[in-house]
Ligand binder design. Sequence first.
Ligand SMILES: Cc1cc2nc3c(=O)[nH]c(=O)nc-3n(C[C@H](O)[C@H](O)[C@H](O)COP(=O)(O)O)c2cc1C
Length: 141
Amino acid sequence: MLPPFNPDHEGDAAPAELEHFAELVTRADGLIIAAPEYAHGIPGVLKNALDWLVSRPEIPGKPVLLVHASTRGLFVREHLSEVLRTMSVRLFDTAPFELHLIGTSPEAANAILDRADVVERIRLSIEGFAAFAVDCADLDT
Ligand SMILES: Cc1cc2nc3c(=O)[nH]c(=O)nc-3n(C[C@H](O)[C@H](O)[C@H](O)COP(=O)(O)O)c2cc1C
């Protein structure tokens, strides 16, 4: 688990957990971030992880897709978009992906996720994001 962000612990003083996390981000062709909304904001653990990446080379230009398991999380989407743009990611925001699963049991959520129309929406969203990530990689070569 990443410790609380401290800019005095960047560089040579970086915690081992950060190197592992940063390596995973480096290896990813794109990031899919699915986050709940807490008190109209970004969950603290996610913001902490993003703060560790702000000054590092792994994140600028990285393709990112935001996914929400609620159709209510409008504040967190706005906040995350702003933070991620400030971190110079390439946000795939032409079609934000939302499913309303909040308040459903695991069984009911699985039944929704098994529906043909939902499977098709997920497929189209992932395919669109994959094509976006390929375009981003082409821009970098
Ligand atoms: C402390 C706390 C604050 C929350 N604040 C919000 C909020 O501001 N807006 C919102 O849409 N959902 C809010 N939620 C709901 C969460 O974003 C999330 O949808 C919910 O915890 C998922 O619960 P479930 O897995 O039982 O469906 C909050 C949940 C908690 C525990």
